[in-house]
Write a protein that binds this ligand. Structure first.
Ligand SMILES: [Zn+2]
Length: 371
């Protein structure tokens, strides 16, 4: 380990001996297309992240959370702890970023020298966002937007990720026929590894997700039952939406990979959800997040459909920060994921200082869009 650190220090020394403007190029030639936590550690340990951040740090930063768990290991690291949320809020304060609403962000981006800001977004409509996150947000006076798929509220969603978690958490051995694989889940580490492997296998493939249904029924898992235990219902969501810090946004009806749907189905999945939320809340719903949000799950066609449905913005999960240039493509805004356990200091820093985008884009365009 110390060998690794010494090497990093030596490399960082060489890197920082030239003008800061040359750093991204030198990092790029040294690492080529390799991207990962090693790179994040290097950026963090060498201090190079701060320099890279001069280019890749935008006035705005959008953070993504999902579930908030007191015991993140027991929940197979599918959410983050209240402590991690607090740590992120403290770091944002330290960086001088105001936490504001999306509407205010759209205003600030028009300012030639906007005061730095961050947006907090929570996906899918989990009840623990109200019970665990909101009290912390109240302390900081930090607004949040929750992106809600209709199916979460009605319990009709095909929440395969909740099914997988229940499978691996409850059993010591799980046979997934669609993967032709039997998982040994006899301890916590193996359960976590199985969850990670099966989630990666689904990737952005709608058909693979659907192929898990046989396994869920073979093990007697009711997805509707699982959704009811973790997600807000209509009554809860209405009350939550009335809170002064909360904005509700759209997240499709079925929470599927939109890229796998034909035009008419994708259009309906987006527009029906907006109508459903607006009718329930009796208020306009102006902001949207793509399920999964990766380049494989959404792109130019989906952005067009989101605009057509009447949304002012659409958020992906592409790494990157917000720049004024995003006002020209507001339906493909980047977001940084800070909602999964457990972010190391270097991983958090690379999200906050913009260097994660530098790696993800191979030191390309700081403005994430269609890529
Ligand atoms: Zn989602």
């Amino acid at each position: 380990m110390s060998y690794f650190i010494n090497n990093m220090r030596r490399f960082a020394g060489e890197l920082l001996s030239g003008p800061p403007g040359a750093i991204p190029k030198r990092l790029g030639s040294a690492f080529g297309t390799k991207l990962g936590t090693g790179a994040e550690r290097l950026l963090g340990a060498s201090g190079a992240g701060r320099f890279v951040g001069r280019t890749y740090r935008g006035p705005g930063l959008v953070l993504m959370f999902h579930e908030i768990h007191d015991d993140v290991e027991a929940q197979l690291r599918t959410g983050c702890s209240p402590d991690q949320l607090r740590r992120v809020l403290v770091a944002l304060k330290h960086e001088g970023r105001d936490v504001i609403t999306i509407e205010e962000a759209l205003q600030r981006l028009q300012d030639p020298r906007p005061k730095p800001f961050a947006l907090l977004t929570f996906d899918d409509g989990y009840r623990d966002n109200r019970d665990k996150a909101l009290p912390i947000l109240e302390e900081f006076g930090a607004p949040m937007t929750m992106f809600v798929p209709t199916g979460m509220v009605t319990r009709e969603i095909y929440a395969w990720w909740l099914g997988l978690r229940a499978l691996f958490a409850r059993h010591d051995s799980v046979d997934i026929a669609a993967m032709s694989h039997r998982f040994d889940c006899s301890d916590a580490a193996r359960k976590n590894a199985a969850m990670r492997q099966a989630t990666l296998w689904v990737g952005t493939d709608r058909l693979r997700a659907a192929a898990l249904a046989d396994t869920f029924s073979a093990y007697g898992i009711s997805l509707a039952g699982l959704v009811a235990t973790v997600a807000m219902d209509e009554r809860e969501l209405k009350a939550f939406a009335a809170h002064w810090l909360v904005t509700i946004g759209g997240h499709t009806t079925t929470h599927t990979f939109l890229s796998g749907l034909d035009d008419a189905s994708a259009r309906a999945d987006i527009a029906d959800n907006r109508r459903y939320l607006q009718d329930m809340l009796n208020a306009p719903v102006r902001h949207f997040a793509y399920p999964y949000g990766t380049p494989g799950a959404c792109g130019a066609r989906e952005a067009g459909l989101v605009a057509e449905a009447g949304y002012a913005t659409g958020f992906t999960t592409r790494p990157g920060q917000l720049f004024a240039a995003h006002l020209d493509c507001p339906h493909l805004m980047p977001r940084e994921d800070t909602g999964f356990a457990n972010l190391s200091s270097a991983q958090l820093a690379s999200r906050l200082n913009g260097s994660r985008r530098a790696w993800a884009s191979r030191f390309g365009n700081p403005v994430a869009g269609i890529d």
